[in-house]
Design a binder for this molecule. Structure first.
Ligand code: GDG
Length: 438
């Protein structure tokens, strides 16, 4: 029987060590959320890095494999040096900034590219242990751009799909990459290549046309003996899961407790992984300007800002964390009163039900990425408002802005526009909020 083999850099669970024991925790981020539904299919397996170096834990490996096998998960173990060059290096300091159109943050190192190729080959070997030509091999994201081509060489008739969760940049930016041909030759080994938006599709098609000379007709490309298709598949969320969770008695109890504490203070919510693409300093500037220009709102509204730790070993992320800490400190010292804190800032992750309570509690969600493939947090906010109240302020740079066009759409670089949108959101009559959210 045909299987679906999901392949991504990370498994949906991450392994780590605590008190000499191996601990399993859910992996953070949108990819794990987005694929949660697909991976429930009993006829699927998921191959990915376990987030764990086996060094010193060799005797536990069989036990770990067995434990994961029960969940249809297949771990790949990488040593610390490979992780450093492949993940922190090429994936997160070359591809991530370039694909999010931050060329000045992009660094290109030959040694990291070498390890990127090597790790894609390690993934290929693991996939070949599990896949036959009748199976569907579904590869996810920019860590594995070479994998479709590598598998195609070994299994010429395999059904391969590649989906990219982050944006694809314009040709003018993509062409910067010294290994651009090799990357595109890798991806175009797939039969179906998907992105969140039509803009990403357009950018990708231009790049393969200009760099590989591949022409397309309505997204269909003929390449030697094969045909492949490129299209937009905007990723959604499990709407009913978020809706139902927000209606649970236990969630309502949590909301009640928070409400008691906040009393009549309105809450503006933001949730993101720590990342310079998420526009966190820009959001703080917008909120600061809003409080500056509208003193009558002081003590009446707080920004509840959850930042989930991510890529903490990368210098740029360490710097960003310091910048955010400092900005929150400045806003606090400028406006805080004995009874009120303007920014309630939490640098940690929360269980899903606590997020649900935050979504339900908050009058406004303020989502301001400078660039985002889709952004699922804004969709989760709307799904969690079962009475259809609440206002979403959303950056036009998020893929989701193409779908959630009833939100207050802003340019996150425009501080005044962000500040004005906050005021509009806080003053919006309930019937207008409901009209926008149905
Ligand atoms: C990439 C692309 C694209 C957040 N904090 C906690 C937590 N989360 C969950 C949210 C949401 C997910 O993580 C974040 O998803 P996003 O889409 O907002 O962002 P990325 O992680 O950057 O995801 C993005 C996505 O892939 C999917 O294709 O939309 O553009 O960058 O589901 O709820 N979950 C828990 N605790 C937290 O503290 N449990």
């Amino acid at each position: 029987m045909e299987k679906t083999i999901i392949v991504s850099n990370r498994l949906p669970v991450t392994l780590s060590r605590k008190d000499n024991k191996v601990v399993f925790t859910p992996s953070p981020g949108g990819l794990a959320t987005g694929l949660a539904g697909a991976s429930k299919d009993m006829n699927s397996v998921w191959i990915g890095w376990a987030g764990f170096s086996p060094e010193g834990f060799q005797e536990n490996i069989d036990e770990i494999r067995l434990n994961l096998e029960k969940q249809r998960l297949v771990p790949i173990f990488l040593n610390d040096e490979d992780v450093n060059q492949f993940y922190e290096g090429f994936s997160n300091t070359t591809l991530w900034p370039l694909f999010h159109s931050f060329p000045t943050y992009t660094s290109c190192h030959e040694e990291q590219w070498e390890v990127y190729q090597k790790v894609n080959e390690i993934f290929c070997e693991e996939v070949l242990k599990h896949a036959g030509e009748e199976d569907l091999i579904w590869i996810h994201d920019y860590h594995l751009l070479l994998l479709p081509g590598l598998i195609r060489k070994k299994l010429p008739k395999a059904k391969i799909a590649y989906f990219q969760h982050i944006p694809f940049p314009s040709y003018e930016i993509f062409r910067i990459l010294p290994w651009r041909e090799r990357i595109l030759e890798g991806v175009t080994g797939a039969d179906l290549i998907g992105f969140h938006t039509h803009d990403d599709v357009k950018h990708f098609l231009t790049s393969i046309q200009r760099i590989l000379g591949m022409e397309n007709k309505m997204g269909t490309v003929r390449a030697e003996e094969r045909i492949f298709k490129v299209d937009a598949f905007p990723l959604g969320i499990d709407y009913y899961k978020y809706r139902e969770m927000s209606m649970l008695k236990s969630t309502e109890r949590q909301v009640g407790l928070h409400r008691k504490q906040f009393q009549d203070v309105k809450i503006i919510l933001s949730i993101d992984r720590l990342d310079y693409t998420k526009g966190i300093p820009e959001r703080l500037k917008g909120f600061d300007t809003f409080l500056e220009k509208n003193p009558e709102f002081r003590e009446k509204v707080s920004l509840l800002m959850i930042v989930v730790p991510s890529r903490e070993k990368v210098q740029l992320y360490k710097d960003l964390k310091m910048e955010i800490d400092e900005m929150v400190g400045n806003i606090t010292s400028k406006y805080r009163t004995v009874n009120w804190t303007p920014v309630l800032y939490f640098y940690r992750s929360y269980p899903l039900q606590s997020l649900s309570a935050f979504y339900k509690l908050s009058d406004v969600a303020l989502i301001t990425p400078l660039r985002d493939g889709m952004n699922l947090v804004c969709k989760e906010y709307v799904a969690s408002r079962h009475d259809e109240s609440g206002v979403l302020i959303l950056s036009e740079m998020a893929g989701a802005a193409k779908e959630l066009s009833d939100a207050l759409i802003i340019n996150p670089y425009n501080v005044e526009e962000c500040a004005n949108a906050i005021k509009t959101a806080l003053c919006m009559p309930l019937d207008e909020q409901k009209k926008k959210n149905v």
